[in-house]
Design a protein around this ligand. Structure first.
Ligand SMILES: C[S@@+](CC[C@H](N)C(=O)[O-])C[C@H]1O[C@@H](n2cnc3c(N)ncnc32)[C@H](O)[C@@H]1O
Length: 231
């Protein structure tokens, strides 16, 4: 299996399948649980029955929530067969499938919204994934991202490198704008990351890998939520 620089976050890591992170997070494997999902969805003017895709959906916690709470026609895709199987064991009705963010098998312009929670910075080719999101979204469709980021300025590495090692706000914004997205919202939610780190420590787990993910850029780890729409 290919391994990322910090050795803790390979593209399909068992860290997300079992162990302390799962014990602490349950079916939503990220800081903040459904809080940021709800916040993002409320900012997008989705019509009833809107078509949404959760990329890197893990065990399908958000997919289940978007279907049951909002009635959106939501699907989920994740590279981990084990997480998809877990989601289907929990709820066999969930439309979950195995697939890679960088090569999604959906038609151009087929989605009203794409959700990608705590995934982008793990990818070895994040710009390819973003290009896929753009391809799949209809014009005016919404991109909802949340992820780790680096809260400190460091000098001029390429955006794809930054994205892989936790990006700076300005790089993410620049890339989105260069690719025809308008940023509607950027919010710092680092307290949710701190909360998760504290829960992991209390559960006796190490947070070294979490910190190193941001330290690769010389920055301090942070967590963001952004909503953009395709022009
Ligand atoms: C931190 S977990 C977040 C899972 C889910 N979004 C959630 O918040 O519960 C990261 C997820 O990204 C998935 N992943 C990693 N690389 C991927 C790729 N190339 N394509 C699709 N999913 C990927 C992992 O399998 C894992 O489920």
């Amino acid at each position: 299996m290919r391994t990322s620089r910090d050795g803790l976050h390979p593209p399909c890591s068992t860290v997300y399948e079992t162990g302390p992170l799962r014990d602490v997070t349950g079916t939503t494997i990220r800081p903040g649980g459904l809080t940021l999902t709800d916040r993002a969805v409320k900012l997008c003017s989705f019509a009833a029955g809107a078509q949404l895709l959760d990329v890197g959906c893990g065990a399908g916690g958000s997919v289940e929530h978007l279907l049951s709470r909002y009635g959106f026609d939501t699907r989920g895709v994740d590279i981990s067969p084990s997480l998809i199987a877990e989601g289907l064991r929990r709820n066999p009705e969930l439309p979950l499938s195995v697939g890679a963010a960088e090569a999604l098998s959906y038609p151009d312009g087929s989605q009203d919204g794409i959700l990608c929670e705590c995934v982008l910075s793990l990818l070895s080719e994040p710009l390819r994934a973003l290009a896929e999101f753009r391809r799949l979204l209809r014009s005016g469709g919404y991109l909802m991202l949340s992820d780790m980021y680096s809260r400190e300025i460091s000098s001029g590495a390429r955006p794809d490198r930054y994205l892989r090692e936790t990006a700076l706000h300005m790089e993410i914004e620049a890339w989105l704008s260069e690719n025809g997205f308008t940023m509607l919202l950027w919010e710092d939610h680092t307290p949710l990351l701190r909360e998760l780190a504290a829960q992991l420590i209390l559960a006796g787990a190490s947070i070294e890998g979490l910190c190193r993910r941001a330290a690769g850029t010389g920055g301090k780890p942070g967590y963001y939520l952004l909503v953009a729409h395709k022009e």
